[in-house]
Design a protein around this ligand. Structure first.
Ligand code: GLC
Length: 743
């Protein structure tokens, strides 16, 4: 019999009425029912516990994950709502990371669009499609700052920069959650993995993380703060051992920062089984102590483990955990369920939502793929190709026609049947006037078998131009898929050399889940289009870019190293006391045989790599040229608390109408703690016709320049600043201003 939550249904959904309903429901709950809300169960078809229905009916389950059959979800919801004593609906979770059936570019690729609007729309499309399966909660966005391309999960991140990641994190949360979470087609979002997971030692997944608090606060926490401030429903604790205290048991993170400093009112979910892993870390001696640590730290819900259900009641009976603590944690979960309107509308009618893979969904995926691709090299303007000037095109490589691989990592529900591959898209676009010859040449990106390379060279020789589709399959990035060597896998470099030997223009289109060290092929190709894993509509997007329907406009959200040994390498580095410069660097091949010890510049660089990346953060070429002039500020000085405008003139001086991502960087020259040599503080994607000039203005409030000082407090200091505007982090167009004390 259900004490139906009729008294909790149908009221306004404002915070005050939600709070009243939360407290009223809490007062009705037994301790066992409260603990049940803290329990998330894996309900995938393969692993659904056969007692799941009874457990839901007994009120021992608050959430399920990985069940995507809408009829099954509705049945589980019906049991929860109509057969359990209090009728509390279930949260139904799924990793909807970059699309559900219609797949967007991987998040790192979406970050390369530098376009919050397309990122938001991609999340909105994903939410609507996921909602048709009964999903009401996604474990996304993943907003770990990632500066190590060896780490497989960089694919899932929004890149290396706190400002860019913050802006795009907000866009994703807004896309998933909409304006009102009670609206059909909106789902709760999760900011993950809190926090610092992207700094895993050596890029090995799940490895130890050590981040000084100042760095944690200035670099890794800002995207999470932005997500919390925009109303994200939940956060997920990271697997990582952070400075000796794994995030899942880290009270500093989950209570001091998240609750006391940020006033977060949502709920925290563990990562998969990460509560039990506290004993494996060596933080606790057994499951029971792990539960004590996780609850004390503030993990409201345990994902896919049964430790809470097994040990919480006895810890409370012993008085080691207060019921008041449990009440507050359960309130966090109930609050989310009320915000979602689950008490009013627990069931899903797919017919009430737009059809899967509708025209808007596919066009959003195509637009995102178009804007995410980054043109890294384009010698002699070999791109764009003109179909009317070509008789034949060779399409060669293991990733030209790989409908699943182009979807990238973290797509449990992506439909490969929807994928349009580059090979098919090129045929559709130009096949009626150009002879398109296709050869896979390698079974997969890791192949060491080169028997097809003779044929590849021959086809190249017989064609006007070669489109070489290279990279990594989906499986080579993502969770637990880190690489120590980030060259193109297998014998791809040899394939490049063989195709180059044919003497025709070679254009490399690279699909991968991470930056790759391209140093060993860059001189053998005339152009490089880096497409990440571009998703369902990657093919049409790549074809349209290659044949000039649109100009590439993506910009790197992460630095591309020359060599893996340079990692970590990122633009917003500190100056150090001995910064390198072209004048001070003596590279290994230039060192005299008997060079004395002090003859190589004595600054911060590698003898065999120098100090610059292969391609810097914010970099990306276009089919046109953008010229930046006349940077200036609205004043030479700005008082603390005021706003300054930084402007420049931007002209499209080329022949192609195209989009440019204009970037604003700032440097705080002298501060309480050393500050980076450049920090992104603004960006805007603009479309300019050939010959068009626009004035770009960035409003900079002095609070935008606040940082955490030695005492870990957010501070704003007077002093001198440099500001740059340009099309990459290497822009030299600079001005300066001073912040003065207001009084
Ligand atoms: C995984 C991931 C996390 C994901 C969760 C559920 O281990 O770390 O990002 O959301 O489990 O699949």
């Amino acid at each position: 019999m259900t004490i139906m939550t009729a008294s909790f249904a149908n009221p306004k959904n404002d915070a005050a009425s939600i709070e009243r309903r939360v407290q009223a429901l809490l007062a009705e709950m037994t301790l066992a029912e409260k603990i049940g809300q803290m329990n998330q169960v894996n309900a995938s078809d393969e692993d659904m516990p056969h007692h799941l229905r009874e457990a839901i009916e007994a009120g021992r389950v608050g959430s399920v994950l990985n069940q995507v059959d809408v009829d099954t979800v509705n049945e589980l919801q019906r049991i929860a709502v109509q057969e359990s004593r209090l009728g509390i609906p279930l949260l139904v979770g799924r990793d909807v990371i970059h699309g559900f059936k219609t797949v967007m570019p991987i998040p790192l690729g979406q970050a390369a669009t530098w376009n919050p609007d397309i990122v938001r729309e991609g999340a909105r499309v994903a939410a609507r499609e996921a909602a048709t399966a009964g999903i009401n909660w996604t474990f996304a966005p993943m907003i770990d700052i990632s500066r190590d391309p060896r780490w497989g999960r960089i694919a899932e991140s929004l890149g290396e920069d706190p400002y860019l990641a913050s802006q795009l994190a907000v866009a994703m949360v807004e896309g998933f959650q909409g304006d009102d979470l009670t609206d059909a087609g909106t789902i709760a979002a999760t900011a993950k993995h809190f926090a610092g997971y992207g700094a895993s030692e050596s890029g090995r997944d799940y490895a130890t993380v050590n981040i000084p608090e100042n760095e944690l606060r200035n670099v890794h926490l800002p995207p999470f703060k932005a997500a919390v401030d925009t109303g994200v429903v939940s956060l997920m604790a990271a697997f990582s051992d952070l400075d000796g205290v794994p995030a899942t048991g880290n009270e500093f993170l989950l209570r001091d920062v998240l609750r006391d400093e940020w006033d977060f009112t949502g709920f925290v979910v563990s990562d998969w089984d990460s509560v039990r892993q506290l004993a494996i870390h060596g933080l606790t001696e057994d499951d029971r102590e792990s539960v004590y640590q996780a609850v004390t730290a503030g993990v409201d819900m345990e994902m896919a483990g049964q430790s809470y259900v097994q040990h919480l009641e006895s810890l409370i009976d012993e008085g080691r955990i207060d019921v008041a603590t449990i009440d507050a944690m359960v309130a966090n979960i109930l609050r989310a369920k009320f915000r979602l309107g689950l008490f009013e509308k627990p069931y899903t009618d797919p017919r009430a939502l737009p059809p899967i893979a509708n025209e808007h969904a596919l066009d959003t995926a195509r637009q995102a793929a178009l804007q995410s691709a980054v043109l890294l090299k384009n010698d002699h303007g070999v791109l764009p190709l003109s179909a009317n000037k070509l008789k034949s095109v060779a399409v060669i490589g293991p990733l030209a026609d790989a409908p699943y691989e182009q979807l990238g990592t973290w797509i449990f529900d992506g439909d490969r049947e929807l994928s349009i591959t580059p090979m098919h898209a090129i045929h559709s676009l130009v096949g009626h006037e150009v002879d398109v010859r296709y050869l896979r040449a390698m079974d997969n990106s890791r192949s060491r078998a080169s028997e097809a390379f003779d044929e590849a060279e021959e086809i190249a020789r017989d064609s006007d131009v070669v489109l070489l589709f290279l990279g990594e399959e989906s499986i080579l990035s993502g969770e637990a898929h880190s690489r120590a060597d980030i060259n193109l896998p297998g014998d791809q470099a040899e394939l490049v050399r063989r195709v180059k030997a044919a003497g025709k223009p070679v254009i490399a289109i690279i699909q991968a889940g991470r930056p790759l060290t391209l140093t060993n092929i860059i001189d053998d190709v005339d152009a490089i289009l880096f497409a990440w894993h571009p998703g369902t509509m990657g093919g049409p997007a790549i074809a349209e870019l290659l044949f000039g329907v649109e100009s590439p406009s993506g910009k790197l959200p992460v630095t591309f190293p020359r060599m893996v040994g340079q990692i970590p390498i990122y633009y917003s580095q500190k100056n150090t006391g001995k910064p390198p410069s072209p004048e001070t660097v003596v590279l290994i091949d230039d060192i005299d045989a008997h060079a004395p010890q002090l003859s190589t510049g004595m600054t911060a660089y590698h003898l065999d790599a120098g100090f610059t990346p292969l391609f810097p953060f914010g970099y990306g070429l276009s089919y046109t040229e953008f010229d930046y002039q006349d940077i200036r500020t609205s004043a030479e000085e700005v008082g603390l608390g005021d706003t300054l405008t930084v402007s420049a003139e931007l002209t499209n001086v080329g022949d192609f109408d195209a989009e440019e991502v204009v970037q604003l960087y700032v440097r705080d020259l002298v501060a309480n703690v050393t500050r980076p040599v450049k920090e992104l503080k603004g960006f805007r994607r603009l479309r300019l016709e050939s010959g068009q000039t626009v004035t770009v203005n960035f409003e900079l409030h002095t609070s935008d320049l606040a940082f955490f000082g030695r005492d870990m407090k957010l501070i704003n200091e007077p002093g001198k600043f440099h500001a740059w505007i340009g099309g990459s982090s290497e822009t030299q167009l600079r001005t300066e201003f001073r912040i003065i004390d207001g009084d």
